[in-house]
Design a protein around this ligand. Structure first.
Ligand code: GMT
Length: 381
């Protein structure tokens, strides 16, 4: 099929999922056209089936805010018409689903019926989308999509709870490329970070409030009182300066390193013993899946879709949001040498269930169904 993918191209789970999906579809022989305002971070190589179209955002002195949604809709119309796309798949409802609706209506005036699939990723529903400043448009544009998917059962239920959605929502979880995310031999790195054989804890996120990064530092502080341990903080975002300050105040600086944004996060995960994700809300938790694929057990909160991924007592523990004492106790249990290898093994086994090879057919099946519903033709998938 000829598929257009619209996403946020910068660091962020939804953009990563969209880009990895496009790459996997291209490997299967689909022609995939990315339509974004800059080159997606993970789209940095050549494949004859992948194309990239940049949205031109023209500013004008009159505009305090350049109308991105209009520029995006215009670009979608242009690419669908000139590349003969057969389906548009937009990731993250705001503003992609409403821009797709506008493009769809314009294309109808050209005699083109373009099916639109919207994938809901999380904060487009749980935080930003339900805000009254966006909710009517989000509700409308989700209902106007020809296919809707959510990345967990919890997100699907949340969407029905917060919006008046009249259509079925498919659950298609995040997925992982196990050829990239696997434990690599990086003993020299482990020795450099943990010269005395300390256990290594990792957190990766975009350091937004919703990630509750303070909790990571506090859990680490308590674990460190019981055993030798180090912490690597990967990623960057608005909370980072405050978290670095908290580290200093708690006297943990010499055992914590902030690495900033890293492309090869799997190298760090390869030497980790535990991953912490204490989020307030988390529709799926792709970063936790990446850790599990590298054989790293997870201490997470039980927010959103996290318990659907991190099986309590098996791959780690999913504790109540903000329960630092429980998370510390469970972390110490996992890090005990008597238990660690079992949790590592279980984490990998669980991650294998989310192999891209298992999840890709769910998207292809949805494309086929939606294409046939909208066009009345049989899809060439
Ligand atoms: O907050 C983030 O982690 C970024 C955000 C996004 O949309 O870019 O991630 C969301 O989508 C990911 C991919 O589907 C999910 O794995 C994350 O759980 C989800 N984040 C939240 O729900 C907070």
């Amino acid at each position: 099929m000829k598929i257009g993918i619209v996403c946020y191209p910068t660091f962020g789970g939804s953009g990563v999922v969209a880009t990895e999906l496009g790459k996997a579809l291209a490997k299967e022989g689909h022609l995939v056209h990315f339509i974004t305002y800059s080159q997606p971070t993970r789209l940095d190589f050549f494949n004859e089936n992948l194309f990239y179209h940049e949205v031109d955002i023209r500013s004008y002195p009159l505009f305090e805010y350049a109308p991105y949604e209009l520029a995006l809709a215009s670009k979608m119309v242009d690419v669908v018409r000139h590349e003969n796309l057969e389906l548009l798949h937009v990731h993250y409802a705001i503003p992609h689903a409403s821009a797709a609706y506008m493009a769809k209506q314009i294309l109808l005036t050209h005699g083109i019926k373009i099916p639109v699939v919207t994938t809901l990723h999380g904060t487009d529903i749980t935080l930003v989308g339900k805000d009254p400043s966006y909710a009517p448009v989000v509700t409308f544009s989700i209902n106007q999509s020809d296919g809707i998917s959510a990345v967990s059962k919890d997100l699907k239920e949340d969407t029905y709870r917060h919006f008046n959605i009249t259509k079925d929502i498919d659950v298609i979880p995040n997925f992982i490329d196990l050829n990239r995310f696997k434990k690599q031999k990086k003993d020299h790195f482990k020795t450099a970070i943990c010269p005395e054989g300390e256990k290594l804890i990792v957190h990766t996120s975009n350091f937004r409030k919703v990630k509750r990064v303070d909790d990571v530092i506090r859990i680490f502080y308590h674990i460190r009182q019981q055993m030798p341990v180090k912490l690597l903080m990967v990623g960057d975002g608005p909370e980072r300066p405050r978290i670095e300050k908290l580290c200093r105040e708690m006297g943990t600086c010499q055992d914590v390193r902030f690495l900033g944004k890293l492309e090869a996060v799997e190298e760090v995960l390869s030497v980790a013993d535990l991953f912490i994700m204490p989020s307030e809300k988390e529709s799926f938790g792709l970063a936790a899946l990446e850790a599990m694929a590298c054989e790293v057990p997870v201490i997470s909160s039980n927010a959103g879709g996290l318990p659907e991924l991190n099986i309590h007592g098996v791959t780690g523990f999913a504790c109540a949001v903000g329960d630092i004492d429980d998370m510390t106790e469970k972390a110490l249990f996992i890090l005990d040498d008597a238990n660690l290898d079992t949790f590592k093994h279980n984490a990998l086994e669980r991650a294998k269930e989310f192999d891209v090879q298992n999840v890709l057919p769910l998207y292809e099946e949805m494309y086929r169904r939606v294409f046939e519903d909208v066009t009345g033709q049989v899809a060439a998938v």
